[in-house]
Design a protein around this ligand. Structure first.
Ligand code: GRF
Length: 192
């Protein structure tokens, strides 16, 4: 089961990996955080049951949490993959799905993670700090935002003339490799 908030290129990487056989899994469902995002059409095109669960449609966090929990149960997920999902997962959902919610983040965590570090903000900060290396991280989601146990990372060199956009594009290429690879290792329990 995959959740996303954006264009869904990471969702596409997972779909492609299931088709090519690199990822031995079935994507049982897709949840969009809002209507109209690119990820929805990618899921529909791939025949993946999808729905929108919009945080702003719920008055309380608890109602939002219950809606997520019902969807996770109905779609019989083993793992929940946050593939560019920008909404905070309620703590009771994280606790009920302990160690089974996985996130991809476009930096080398623990650096450039936490509040405010999403999208181009991450890459802007990396360039501002004149870092030589950046990359992406796949980690288990726990109650501390972007601080759960790290499963895998890929590094990318930061070039002299990089803009946040050019760096984001190179990191994203690595995300598309790292995410399916890590999920495959997780389900096959082949971590070194
Ligand atoms: C990726 O950089 C991901 O790491 C971040 O949001 C971006 C999503 O891109 N959390 P996409 O929607 O998968 O294209």
């Amino acid at each position: 089961m995959v959740l996303a908030s954006g264009s869904g290129s990471n969702l596409q990487a997972l779909i492609d990996a299931t088709i090519s056989g690199k990822l031995d899994a079935n994507i049982t469902g897709f949840i969009a955080s809002k209507p109209g995002i690119g990820a929805i059409s990618r899921a529909e095109k791939a025949g993946i049951p999808s729905c929108v669960i919009n945080r702003t449609s719920f008055e309380t966090e608890n109602e939002f949490a219950n809606s997520l929990l019902t969807a996770f149960r109905d779609l019989r997920a083993d793992y929940i993959i946050l593939a560019g999902y920008l909404i905070k997962i309620p703590v009771n959902v994280i606790q009920k799905w302990e160690s089974r919610i996985i996130n991809i983040h476009p930096s080398l965590l623990p650096d450039y993670g936490g509040k405010g570090f999403y999208g181009l903000n991450v890459h802007r900060a990396v360039i501002r700090d004149k870092q030589k290396l950046s990359g992406c991280t796949v980690h288990i989601v726990n109650e501390e935002f972007d601080k759960g146990p790290i499963l895998a990372q890929s590094t990318v060199s930061v070039l002299e003339n990089d803009t946040p956009e050019s760096l984001a594009a190179r990191v994203l290429e690595q995300e598309h490799i790292l995410l399916p690879q890590t999920i495959q290792q997780l389900i096959k329990k082949t971590f070194p």
